[in-house]
Every structure is written in structure tokens, then in C-alpha cells.
Design a protein around this ligand. Structure first.
Ligand code: PLP
Length: 512
């Protein structure tokens, strides 16, 4: 810790303008980057100045993956921790910028980024500064139970961080721990809002029957209401959120679930330009069925929840018109519109929030976030979404100032380097390259999607798992989603040079 603090101390004095220097590949990278050159580079100009100038220039492959050291470490870990979902054993002290290192000296270009959760690079010096600041140390060791004992500067941390990037129309936040938690909190807010409305307003107290039946998990205290979600959607794995998750049975089997409605999500045909009429009809069909469920389902929805791009479920897109249609339906039937931006949020689609692409007439009622924010919660703007009594929406931590301070540093870094615009431009460049690859290797890339959506790009691959495995051998860490999609989730510091590398490595895989 002492040396880490010294490192950060030096970085603090030189962060804005330092020139990179050569690095050895032996010492942990976090300690090599004493002068914190990375990410200190000015905003990329047309010649694309690197955000991480002393990042590796290409992947380094020294052994098979997993190599001997990784295998040993996995074997050891397996004895005390379930490793059956393990993708790769990493060495974060040697990971840097867009590159993830393993224990055998292999260094991979990472376009999966901890399941879409690393925004500004491994061992980013600006984050190291935030992580080693006195306020962070205090937040970690004096963690407050925020509902009861918030720290004196909590408003400041929120205003200068999480709320500084609040979606349009939203000025409040309820902070939480994870994406699933954020969604469940939003669902609870929706139910309390709806019942409060049915009772006649916030001033009307609960009935005796409400109170007694709630303790027996019976209506009206535990009302027969629902959250409507979409086929193939993913909203998390806790009990309530899992009931709205519809991506894969393996997540749901053996877990009791609420009997809630599931609307069809549009299944679009690609390329979009050639299938406009058919796709519009498909979206109309889905909207009509959504409306039918809202009005006829035996357990009426208090809200609908939707991802701007269904991520875990296979990178399924719909057009802005579909989402505008959903917004109109929620207004017409007086239910809430919850947009789950856990995976799409924080810049990856070329807008800070993906729903900014839709041109909504009114903002969503709640927007949930986590992953790249490194903290979690839901934004809202309507005071009626605060329950009428304290402790109705409550838990011990109610978020975490340490994570909120980290998100603030991430936001500053995103703004300083203009990373949302950069991601939009890099995404267009990458998409064009992928389109060319798809023309050359039509059997490898089907249904390329994500045009104009930053680097949030995916395609279907008839041999997806083999492609992902071979990608490691080519020095690239890529993830999948759904049954056959290859999903790209690079960080916001992914630039043209990385896109070129990725395209080149993909071509090698297709030629194998
Ligand atoms: C859209 C979306 N919502 C919710 C979640 C759940 O987040 P967490 O795994 O942090 O609970 C995920 C996770 O992948 C997600 O992609």
C-alpha cells in the first residue's frame, strides 16, 4: 500500500502532460507506470493520439492459453472456489489500458472488458489517484450506512459524480450494489408508486387490511401486480430481477419465480436498410402484443422494463420507433417505463446513455445503471417515486461512497478525454471494417449489428465458441452473448489502432 501511495503521489504531480517511457515486461505494470503517462495524453486528434501511449503495441502470445502457470493457479483455486465458469486467470498488476495479462506472460487485447464493465482501461492512473486519495481511504474504512448516517459530503459526491451525468429529466438517484439490485430497487419503487396512486395519493395511509395481509404475503398488502419484461431480456439474477430475465433457462431453473408477463422483442432482419418495411411490421406486432399484455394480463404491470440493446440475450436491437412506441404505451396506460442501462450505459453506444438515441417525447421514469459505472442504482425525476414513508426503500448500505467516488473519477476521465465522442467515431470505423470482413467471409459473419451504436457491435457466428477460443490464441479476448452472437464490448479507450488489430486478428481466425 505504501508503495502504491507513493506511485499515486508521483502520478498526482505529473498526470496532465507526461511523456511515456519504455517499459519492461517484468515488473507489475501498475508499478512500472510511475509517471502515469497513460491516459494523460490530450484528446485524440485526427492523427489519433493514443490515450495510453505506453500500452503494448500488439498482443503478446507466449504459451497456449491457459499456459502452465495459469493451469496451476486454476487448479489451486478450484479447491476453494467454483471455477467452472472461468474464462481466463488474469494478472491485473500486469494488465494495462486495453490489454489484459495472464500468469504466463500472455497479454491480450481485451474487447470483453470484464463483461462490459471496465470503462477507462486497466490500471488507469487517474483512477489510481482517486483510489489512493484520503477521501477514498476514509470512504472504505468508515463505510457509512447511507440511509442512517450519510457522510457529510455525500450530496457533493453525488452532485459532482453520479448526478452530473444523470439522464435528461432526472435529478435524483437511489444508489445500490449491482445491476440486479438496481433493477429490483426500481421495481419496488414502481410497485409502491402504483399502490400509492391506487390508494389516492401519498397522504393516504395503508388500510388495516394492507398491513395485516402484507405479513402473510397476500393481497392487497402484497399486491397481485407485475413487471412486464421482454423475451430474451436480461435484468439480473436475484429473485425479482430473475423473474424479468428471459435469456437462458440455465439462469432460471429451480428458482421460484413471479408469474409476470413476457412480451415479444422484435426480431429484426439484417441489413436493416433492406428490410425496413418488414422490420416495422415486426415492431408493430410486438407493440400490439405488449399493449395486450398490459391491459389483459391477470397480474397487471406497474411498469415495463427494457434494455436498449438486449445484451446477454444475444445483442438484439430494435429501432428508436419501437422504444418510442413503448414509451407511449406506458403513458397511455399509466404505468412506468424503466430503461435498464446496466450494460448499455456510460458511453459504449456513442452516447452516454443509449436511450439518448431514441428521441423520446418524455424521459423514461427510471434508468438503472451499473457495470462501467462501477457503482449502481436508478435515476429518477418524479418526486412521487419516493415512497411516502422512510424505510420503505432502504437497506444497510444503500450504495457505497467509495464506488461513487470511483465513478466520479471515471466520469472526469471520460469528459477529459472526450471518450463518448471517441467511442462513437471508433465504432463507426470498426463497423465499416467488419462490414468489409463480412463481405469477404460471409459464412463467418451473419447479421452484423450495432451500426451507429459506438462499439456496441455484434454478429452471429455459426461456430461462435470456436471463434472465441481461437481469438485467445490470436491474442484477443472476446465474449459471446445468447446462443451464437460474438459481442464486442471494448473499453471507451479503444481506438482505431485497436480496431485495426482486432480486424486483422479476426481475419486470421476466419482464414484458419
Ligand atoms: C442489462 C443488464 N441488466 C442487469 C444485469 C445484472 O447486473 P449484475 O450482474 O451486476 O447484477 C446485467 C448483467 O449482465 C445486464 O446486462
Amino acid at each position: 500500500m505504501a508503495s502504491l501511495l507513493r506511485t499515486a503521489g508521483r502520478a498526482r504531480s505529473v498526470l496532465p502532460r507526461t511523456i511515456p517511457h519504455a517499459t519492461s515486461r517484468v515488473a507489475p505494470i501498475a508499478f512500472q507506470r510511475r509517471h502515469a503517462s497513460a491516459a494523460a495524453a490530450a484528446v485524440a486528434d485526427s492523427s489519433e493520439q493514443s490515450f495510453f501511449p505506453d500500452e503494448p503495441t500488439a498482443p503478446i502470445i507466449k504459451t497456449e492459453i491457459p499456459g502452465p502457470e495459469s493451469k496451476k493457479a486454476v487448479e489451486r483455486l478450484s479447491k476453494v472456489f467454483d471455477t467452472r465458469s472461468l474464462n481466463m486467470m488474469a494478472d491485473y498488476s500486469r494488465s494495462y489500458g486495453n490489454y489484459i495479462a495472464d500468469l504466463d506472460g500472455n497479454v491480450l487485447l481485451d474487447v470483453y472488458a470484464q463483461i462490459a464493465s471496465i470503462p477507462v482501461g486497466y490500471n488507469n492512473p487517474a483512477l489510481l489517484l482517486a483510489a489512493t486519495s484520503p477521501s477514498m481511504a476514509s470512504a472504505i474504512i468508515n463505510r457509512p450506512a447511507l440511509g442512517n448516517f450519510p457522510q457529510h459530503d455525500w450530496a457533493d459526491i453525488l452532485e459532482s459524480g453520479i448526478l452530473s451525468v444523470a439522464p435528461k429529466g432526472m435529478n435524483q438517484v437511489f444508489t445500490g450494489q449491482s445491476g440486479s439490485d438496481a433493477n429490483e430497487l426500481a421495481y419496488k419503487a414502481a410497485f409502491m408508486w402504483k399502490r400509492q396512486q391506487q390508494r389516492g395519493g401519498a397522504h393516504v395511509d395503508f388500510s388495516h387490511e394492507d398491513i395485516s395481509s402484507s405479513m402473510n404475503n397476500q393481497s392487497p398488502g402484497a399486491p397481485d401486480m407485475s413487471i412486464l419484461s421482454f423475451k430474451s431480456g436480461f435484468h439480473g439474477r436475484l429473485f425479482g430481477s430473475l423473474s424479468t430475465t428471459r435469456s437462458k433457462p440455465i439462469h432460471k431453473i429451480d428458482i421460484p419465480a413471479f408469474d409476470w408477463p413476457q412480451a415479444p422483442f422484435p426480431s429484426l432482419k439484417y441489413p436493416l436498410e433492406e428490410n425496413e418495411a418488414e422490420n416495422a411490421k415486426e415492431e408493430q406486432r410486438c407493440l400490439a402484443e405488449t399493449e395486450r399484455l398490459i391491459t389483459e394480463y391477470h397480474s397487471p404491470p406497474a411498469a415495463i422494463v427494457v434494455e436498449p440493446i438486449q445484451s446477454e440475450g444475444g445483442d438484439n436491437h430494435a429501432t428508436p420507433a419501437f422504444f418510442r412506441g413503448l414509451r407511449e404505451l406506458t403513458k397511455k396506460h399509466d404505468i412506468l417505463f424503466i430503461v435498464d442501462e446496466v450494460q448499455t450505459g456510460v458511453g459504449a453506444t456513442g452516447k452516454f446513455w443509449a436511450h439518448e438515441h431514441w428521441g423520446l417525447s418524455t424521459p423514461p421514469d427510471m434508468v438503472t445503471f451499473s457495470k462501467k459505472a462501477q457503482t449502481a442504482g436508478y435515476y429518477f425525476g418524479n418526486n412521487d417515486l419516493r415512497p411516502n414513508k422512510p424505510y420503505r426503500q432502504f437497506n444497510t448500505w444503500m450504495g457505497d461512497p467509495a464506488r461513487a467516488i470511483l465513478f466520479r473519477a471515471i466520469i472526469q476521465e471520460i469528459k477529459r478525454l472526450d471518450l463518448v465522442s471517441s467511442t462513437a467515431a471508433t465504432g463507426n470505423y470498426l463497423f465499416d471494417g467488419l462490414q468489409r470482413l463480412a463481405e469477404r467471409y460471409p459464412s463467418e459473419i451473419h447479421n452484423l449489428r450495432g451500426k451507429g451504436q459506438g462499439t456496441f457491435i455484434a454478429w452471429d457466428s455459426p461456430r461462435r465458441d470456436e471463434v472465441l477460443k481461437k481469438a485467445k490464441g490470436q491474442g484477443v479476448n472476446i465474449g459471446g452473448s445468447g446462443e451464437q452472437a460474438v459481442r464486442l464490448r471494448p473499453m471507451l479507450i479503444f481506438q482505431r489502432r485497436h480496431a485495426d488489430l482486432l480486424l486483422e486478428r479476426l481475419e486470421r481466425i476466419f482464414q484458419e
